[in-house]
Write a protein that binds this ligand. Structure first.
Ligand SMILES: [Zn+2]
Length: 465
């Protein structure tokens, strides 16, 4: 879903949050909080005019849900927003995922979920909400943003709404598909500071100010963040989320999209593509002449540019999680730790840097007694696997030199042995899966499994000294 960190926050909302901090500490010591917002009449009738605040959208009032009003909140909340609230309480399955995600930013972000009853639609002034029109109704689209709160802490906000949850729960996986959106948005609250090298996410997303998973974005950093968020959602909505990815990665047709107004468009102009003229976004982000979307086949796109699609980040983390050490919990924790090395610094949010961070953790584990036992049992995965996985996702389309350059660009403070050893395995692995990648549909998951098996062989295992 969309990421919206530069939403103008209205003065009244800032005041409201300030007042919240003045209230007794016990309620606000926790790092997960909820606002409920609904049409003004509903809110005033339920809580009293003095207890609700504006600053959400015109015609709406909101309240911070706490011990003093939670009973009333539960009586009047719209069905999906109440279920979402209950879903996010301590101890639930969804909350356990959320708690893990909050470790990405070292627990420095206090998260506020804004639960909106938008059943009647939003008006002309939709305030802090980013809207989309469905069946003639203006509804709030899931978005998240994060801002500094002083003292080295941050506040992350996630907009969730009744109507958007209805749309999402109609997707494969049902309610879990909605929960996967909640996790995707929560992930956005963890990456602070600049989100993109372009200064504005609207430039990164392109002329339509929005993005879709198969699109090439204007930089790798936001594509990384979007894609890993979708992966976290897929873990919750398993196996439906993974099924969707498998279908995507098996496609031989023009599965990637690029807007003609994107900053990346000139780089891929000479690459074979199909083009469809589209109506330019209104108002246009930039006056850009004719507006079209170009569609590309996987193998036609130079390997390096595949890194600009968030689907690559999703696939990379998904197929790491699915296979590494035959231990999904351990693989998930490694991914959280890898993301933890990136939360403060946009310049680290690259898949090649994730390769480095994950390979180092794998070599450290291989050196432990548990790691040695897993190796003896044939269950350990070589630290060269993440190198090969990114290679596979980019159809081995970078030269050795390009791949090494991409990896070193992120200035890792330490190199795994895999960085030295991978290159002698690169061609054998490429040959191993050539027929799978040449097939139509592409046998992508089979290729991933073959590569993983190759890197389970004992002689490929590398352990930290
Ligand atoms: Zn997003």
């Amino acid at each position: 879903m969309r990421n919206q960190y530069e939403l103008p926050v209205k003065g009244t909302l800032i005041l409201l949050l300030f007042l919240a901090l003045m209230l007794p500490g016990s309620l606000f010591a926790q790092s997960i909080n909820f606002y409920y917002a609904a049409p003004t009449n509903t809110m005033v009738n339920a809580f009293g005019a003095a207890n609700v605040s504006g600053g959400f959208a015109s015609g709406f009032r909101g309240i911070l849900v706490g011990a003093g009003n939670v009973v009333k909140f539960k009586q009047i909340a719209s069905a999906n927003m109440l279920k979402t609230y209950e879903d996010l309480q301590a101890g639930t399955a969804l909350r356990k995922h959320v708690d893990k995600l909050l470790k990405i930013a070292d627990g420095k972000v206090d998260v506020y979920y804004i639960l909106l009853d938008d059943r009647n639609g939003l008006g002309a002034n939709s305030g802090i909400f980013v809207t989309d029109t469905h069946n003639g109704k203006k509804i709030s689209w899931p978005v998240a943003w994060v801002s500094p709160a002083g003292g080295g802490r941050y506040k992350g906000y996630v907009n969730l709404s009744e109507e958007s949850s209805n749309l999402m729960k109609a997707l494969p996986g049902g309610w879990k598909a909605w929960e996967s959106v909640v996790l995707h948005e929560t992930n956005h609250t963890q990456y602070v500071g600049d989100k993109t090298k372009w200064g504005s996410i609207h430039i990164t997303y392109g002329g339509d100010k929005s993005h879709w998973t198969s699109e090439f974005l204007g930089d790798q950093e936001l594509a990384f963040e979007e894609g890993i968020g979708t992966f976290f959602g897929h873990v919750r909505n398993d196996p439906e989320g993974a099924k969707g990815e498998a279908t995507f990665f098996s496609r031989t047709d023009e599965r990637y999209a690029l807007e003609s107004w994107s900053v990346l468009a000139p780089n891929l102009y000479r690459v074979p593509h199909k083009e469809k003229t589209r109506t330019p976004p209104t108002p246009p982000a930039t006056p850009g002449g004719r507006y079209a979307v170009r569609y590309y086949k996987w193998k036609d796109v130079p390997g390096f540019y595949i890194l600009f699609s968030e689907s690559t980040s999703t696939g990379f983390h998904l197929y790491f999680w699915k296979h590494v050490n035959g231990n999904k919990d351990q693989a998930y924790d490694m991914i959280i730790k890898s993301a933890n090395a990136m939360w403060k610094d946009r310049k680290k949010r690259y898949l090649a840097y994730a390769v480095n961070r994950l390979a180092l953790q794998m070599e450290a584990f291989a050196a432990t007694a548990d790691g040695q036992a897993a190796k003896a049992a044939g269950k350990l995965t070589s630290s060269m696997y993440p190198f090969a996985l990114l290679d596979l996702l980019t159809h081995f389309g970078m030269s050795d030199e390009e791949y090494k350059k991409e990896y070193e660009r992120n200035y890792p403070d330490k190199h795994p042995q895999a960085f030295t050893k991978y290159w002698q395995h690169r061609n054998p692995v490429k040959q191993l899966v050539k027929a799978d990648l040449d097939a139509s549909p592409i046998r992508f998951e089979k290729a991933v499994s073959s590569v993983h098996q190759y890197f389970q062989k004992q002689e490929t295992i590398l352990a930290a000294p």
